[in-house]
Design a binder for this molecule. Sequence first.
Ligand SMILES: [Zn+2]
Length: 237
Amino acid sequence: MRNYWLVLLLFLLAHCRSNPVNRDNILTTPTLDTVSFVKMEEHSPVPIQKTLDYDTLQWLDIADLDASILMDLKYATTDNFVKSQMYECGRCFLRPEVAQAIVKIHQDLKSKGYGLKMFDCYRPRPVQWALWEKVPDARYVADPRKGSMHNRGSAVDLTIVDADGNELDMGTHFDFFGKEAYHDYTNLSKTVLDNRKLLKSTMEAFGFRAIRTEWWHYSYQSKSYELSDMVWNCNNK
Ligand SMILES: [Zn+2]
């Protein structure tokens, strides 16, 4: 009988070793000083590790880092300038360093009673091609052959919300193509100018740079990344 249990134990040990856990995709792999990656199930004393469905060496999903960052991903809806849903589901993927910088910005804003709301993050190149087919005009859509910072996972479109989740007044809506959206357009109320200044100064303090014509667009400057065709998984989303 003792031998039987020994054989069983050896079998179990061998079986476990032949099915190693893919540690690359365990939520605890990427580390941020200020973010806990172990989610606690309500009423459960045991921390639950969440297995991720993407390559965490290449990407991080903002929702996995800080679920208090609001999402209004316009290309996952028809509320965008092409009036078509371009993403099967809305997920905010960014390169790891970019995602971590966004979380720090959100935390910085939170300490002042504000937070972030994301309109767009990484945009897969297949989606860039689909946009280009609808609007083949480089004034509005980046040529997918060259790609954009969004196609590299290092650009974000975003705004600031107050403690109740209400968007601050930035003078125009997202993707407003006109001079009123420009940073150098100053014929706006002091509140709007102050709000844009808060967004710009905070983003710049954490390594992002604005572009002249869109108050909502910022790209990360500290590292460059390849264009990507990665399309995220929408199962269970
Ligand atoms: Zn943008």
